[in-house]
Design a protein. Structure first.
Lengths: 298, 238
């Protein structure tokens, strides 16, 4: 096993981890405000990808505008899910919305299977994205570079929004104390819609990265990466932006090193391994690496 | 002008009736205390007025407009502002950010600046601490911040829930001095307190609450000498 091989697995891990990070941020900001684990979040990724495929194959629209449309549709779907599947249940407690999110996830998967068939479909991006670049001993595709750039831009942009804007301050206030926020005149629903919109848009982008890498898509493709991204959010400390990113990278690297370095007889268990990582991390850091220990009063 | 009128308010938690037919009134510029033991329903009454809780019966009017069903986030714009029990400042946000959130709905920058200045004059300590996370402040400073934050929204009616809770006697005195100053400036205040003596000292009128009902009401200067109040809330003969 050469050093080059290990490095390339590390890079692969960081790339996969970046995708998890982008999805995990969506879990984390919604959880931060609502204490809801939105299990349908991974399926938003799938929706984004199918919208892209639909527009790429049936229209001559340039790729960038297809991506914009896909992000917008995902944002709308995410916001509608919140409005009709979670908001009416909010007063019924966190368990009710959690179960509702599982139901929405199943519903979305089955809808996609009915509309687009359960078969895998080919998903090809223009050569520009798959082109390989050599950096010393490291080989990266344009897509890889864009993925890394996306995570960095996301972290900077979200930090600015959360720290400097009014809606960002309102988000931090709501995640700390919902009732006190209402007493300031903050409308929690506006903040919640904003959180779902940001998370869903990011999920669509993550879907593009995942599909571009695997070159095939299917209606269930978002669910397991979604669960792993959820693990990433928990590993990092759910509710924390930087935690979600760190957790995503940790999970991605751990998964790829496991898949690349273990004997082939056990690599089929890479999904299970991710959950083992989650359990081990929680044994030592019950609140995740960046997690806060105190609860919220509301 | 009648500022607040609560008419036969009933509030329930599940099957338990926490507030059972409470009526009270506040004139403009009046400071009124709502006094009672733990669990009497004072905070529940306050939360229902400020719109955090829903009434099961009865009506609430603010400046002659019914606000019974108006949720908290929409009442702030009208000028009904609550300083919640236990301060509830945003611990991870800075003092400055907490104050800015108090002015969340205020769009006029000049008004924000004027209110900011007013708050800083009232609480010079907040000026010193403005870049610190609110969670690092002492209990008394947090109470100052909670009141300052409420003043940033230009309240017409200030609802205060146990402002002296958990504070040292010295800090309690400081908080009540500030309330007295606000009262002098003409603020209308509804004050919920367990510290009956202090509350009766600074208020014009008071209501005594017991297990969900108002059992006694009157001028604070008279209630403070009332034997029933003395025995129950002022620790007998002082």
């Amino acid at each position: 096993m050469s050093a080059e091989y290990i490095i390339s697995q590390l890079i692969n891990g960081l790339r996969l981890g970046s995708v998890y990070a982008i999805v995990a941020v969506g879990y984390s900001i919604v959880y931060g405000i609502l204490r809801l684990i939105n299990f349908a979040h991974g399926d938003i990724m799938t929706i984004g990808v199918y919208i892209m495929l639909l527009f790429m194959t049936s229209t001559g629209m340039p790729l960038w505008s297809v991506i914009v449309v896909s992000v917008l549709v995902s944002v709308i779907v995410g916001v509608l899910i919140e409005r009709f599947a979670y908001r009416p249940l909010r007063s019924a407690g966190e368990e009710a919305t959690l179960i509702s999110s599982l139901a929405v996830s199943t519903l979305l998967q089955n809808l996609l299977q009915m509309i687009f068939s359960p078969q895998k479909k080919a998903f090809y991006l223009p050569d520009f994205f798959t082109q390989q670049h050599q950096f010393g001993i490291v080989k990266l595709s344009t897509m890889n570079i864009l993925t890394f750039a996306a995570v960095i831009i996301m972290v900077i942009a979200l930090t600015l929004v959360v720290q400097k804007t009014k809606i960002g301050t309102a988000m931090r206030a709501c995640s700390e104390n919902l009732d006190a926020s209402r007493l300031m005149g903050i409308k929690p629903n506006q903040v919640i819609v904003f959180a779902f919109a940001v998370g869903s848009g990011l999920a669509a982008l993550a879907g593009l990265m995942l599909a571009g890498e695997y070159k095939t898509i299917d209606p269930l493709m978002g669910f397991v990466p979604g669960l792993k991204a959820f693990c990433a959010a928990v590993v990092g400390g759910i509710g924390s932006l930087y935690g979600a990113v760190a957790g995503g990278l940790v999970i991605g690297v751990a998964e790829m090193l496991f898949a690349g370095l273990m004997p082939t007889s056990v690599t089929a268990y890479r999904d299970a391994f991710v959950f083992v990582v989650l359990i081990v991390v929680l044994l030592f850091w019950p609140n995740g690496i960046f997690g806060r220990s105190e609860g919220r009063r509301s | 002008m009648m500022m607040l009128k609560v008419d036969n308010l009933v509030v329930r938690y599940g099957g338990i009736t926490a507030v059972d037919g409470v009526s009270l009134e506040l004139e403009e510029h009046e400071t009124v205390a709502l006094i009672g033991a733990n669990g009497a329903g004072k905070t529940t009454t306050l939360h229902t007025i400020s719109g955090l809780l829903k009434a099961a019966g009865g009506k609430i009017f603010f400046q002659d407009e019914e606000i019974t069903k108006v949720p908290a986030e929409n009442l702030v714009a009208r000028g009904v502002v609550q300083v919640p029990e236990g301060r509830q400042v945003f611990a991870k946000l800075t003092v400055e950010e907490n104050l800015r959130l108090g002015a969340y709905l205020q769009k006029n920058k000049q008004v924000i600046r004027a209110n900011h200045e007013k708050v800083m004059t009232l609480f010079p300590i907040l000026q010193e601490r403005r870049r610190q996370a609110a969670g690092t402040l002492s209990g008394g400073e947090q109470q100052m911040l909670a009141i300052g934050r409420a003043l940033m929204s230009n309240p017409k009616l200030l609802l205060l829930d146990e402002p002296s809770m958990g504070l040292s006697p010295l800090m309690t005195q400081q908080v009540f001095d500030v309330l007295l100053e606000l009262k002098k400036q003409g603020m209308t205040i509804l004050l919920v307190e367990q510290n009956a003596y202090e509350a009766l000292t600074i208020s014009d009128r008071a209501y005594i609450m017991e297990t969900g009902n108002i059992t006694l009401e009157g001028r604070s200067s008279e209630l403070i000498h009332d034997p029933r109040v003395k025995d129950a809330y002022l620790g007998g003969d002082l």
